[in-house]
Design a protein around this ligand. Structure first.
Ligand code: HEC
Ligand code: HEC
Length: 397
């Protein structure tokens, strides 16, 4: 009898401790607020953690990410609350002219936040003029800050490098006639129509004032948190001596290791060997002599940049077909065929893809090498991205 009483006292004490510590958690919603949110959304009661958690293997020994680490607990909580709001805004279809399109329409988690179309469908019958760029292809866009050589930082956004910040890219997507086609005033009005936003804005920014700077800030916090670090490649790199991408990886097949070698000697000069930082931000890879879309050069009206496009990160590349700015290649095999046999002598062809005499450096691979390169590219897939509940659509509707 005595024993039972002691046990139950212990049990009650434990319950008390748990409930007290829950009450003290700054990240929780009040019961009334949470009930309100849950009518339309399925958000976790304890705010998710959106802090980047990157392994050391992405850096040479002894280096750290000076500008990236979110230091204080308050800052971490603020970022988590902003990203939570950003997650809701990202999937909110009412924030488009016809209430049918959200960021998530063209940036779908099951496709590493791109879509399967050559060109994406925006509001009305409008389609985009370029292939949707995936969002989970990087460790995080924050990582385009390169701590080893800061002068190499600053990969920009869009195939033609149009936006220099994520916030700007978000605003462009809202305004663009073939994406969401909605102006600032209308965005604020559509947010005001929905009962759960005051709670989320208040948690994210301290009060419930809604403006498009805050909207862009919140979505940027969310998009920045979509990190992709759980691939077969990452596991191999983590176990490699000196964290070097050069030597064979223990967990790779012979073909994957061969593909890695081919990749490191022919592709890494532009696309990076560890898939961490930007090596080179833009280039021309000789798709054709006369581009219908001239990319960076078309935007700036500069002939010496015609046919120059953003060099995309290749994480999750298996999931983001079709490929290139115009989605011209349906498969990775087609892409590898291009680099093997198809590169043309465009005036602006990047030096990395030229022989010393200036002709296109076609790799002329045999079938086994082509298969190896494709096998390697598939090791960059992070299977956890699609199902990570921090990143999925929270709307019940
Ligand atoms: C109708 C489809 C569509 C919608 C809706 C859309 N996007 Fe995009 N997104 C694209 C396409 C297409 C590109 C490539 C655009 C280009 O290069 O011109 C892109 C590019 C991007 C990029 C650049 C990635 C990089 O590596 O440079 C980011 C970031 C992005 N979108 C985020 C968003 C966000 C956030 C929203 C919602 C506010 C959004 N997009 C809405 C289709 C869409
Ligand atoms: C000059 C630097 C450069 C080199 C070297 C290079 N690429 Fe690329 N790569 C680019 C550019 C630029 C693009 C985008 C071109 C476009 O869309 O017009 C691209 C696009 C791609 C894409 C499509 C990405 C997407 O999201 O659609 C893949 C896949 C790719 N490259 C793989 C490779 C492989 C494999 C190699 C080595 C055999 C390689 N690249 C070598 C510059 C390079």
């Amino acid at each position: 009898m005595k024993k039972i009483t002691a046990l139950s006292a212990l049990f009650i004490a434990t319950l008390l401790i748990i409930s007290c510590s829950e009450e003290r958690n700054q990240d929780d919603y009040s019961a009334a607020d949470y009930e309100l949110i849950q009518e339309e959304l399925t958000l976790p009661q304890v705010v998710s953690d959106y802090e980047l958690n990157l392994g050391e293997h992405f850096l040479p020994p002894g280096k750290s990410y000076p500008k990236l680490n979110i230091v204080s607990l308050a800052e971490t909580q603020a970022n988590n609350n902003r990203a939570t709001l950003g997650r809701v805004l990202f999937y909110d279809k009412t924030l488009s002219l016809d209430r049918n399109v959200s960021c998530g329409t063209c940036h779908d988690p099951s496709r590493a936040f791109s879509d399967e179309e050559q060109f994406s469908e925006g509001v009305g019958d409008e389609i985009t003029t370029r292939n949707s760029l995936a969002l989970a292809t990087t460790l995080s866009f924050k990582i385009s800050y390169n701590p080893i050589d800061p002068s190499l930082s600053g990969s920009k956004f869009s195939w033609d490098d149009r936006a220099s910040t994520l916030q700007q890219q978000v605003k462009n997507a809202f305004r663009s006639a073939n994406e969401m086609n909605i102006d600032d005033e209308e965005i604020i009005q559509r947010i005001a129509e929905q009962s759960f936003y005051p709670v989320l804005f208040k948690k994210a920014f301290g009060d419930d004032i809604v403006d498009t700077e805050r909207v862009a800030e919140a979505i940027a916090s969310f998009v920045d948190a979509i990190s992709s670090v759980h691939s077969k490649f990452d596991e191999g790199l983590e176990h490699a001596s000196q964290f070097s991408a050069e030597s064979d990886f223990y967990n790779f097949t012979e073909s994957e290791n061969k593909g890695k070698q081919l990749y490191n000697s022919n592709c890494a000069s532009c696309h990076t060997d560890k898939h961490n930082f930007t090596v080179k931000t833009t280039g021309n890879n000789g798709l054709e002599m006369d581009y219908a879309d001239n990319g960076v050069g078309g935007r700036l009206n500069r002939e010496e940049l015609f046919g120059v496009f953003k060099i995309p990160f290749l994480r999750n590349i298996e999931l983001t077909s079709p490929y290139m700015h115009d989605g011209r290649f349906a498969t990775l095999e087609d892409v590898v065929d291009h680099y093997s046999d198809g590169i043309v002598a465009h005036d602006n062809l990047s030096a990395e893809l030229k022989n010393t005499n200036g002709t296109p450096r076609r790799l002329n691979l045999n079938q086994e090498d082509k298969d190896a390169l494709v096998a390697y590219l598939k090791t960059l897939t992070d299977e956890t991205i699609a199902s990570d509940v921090r990143f999925t659509d929270p709307f019940r509707r």
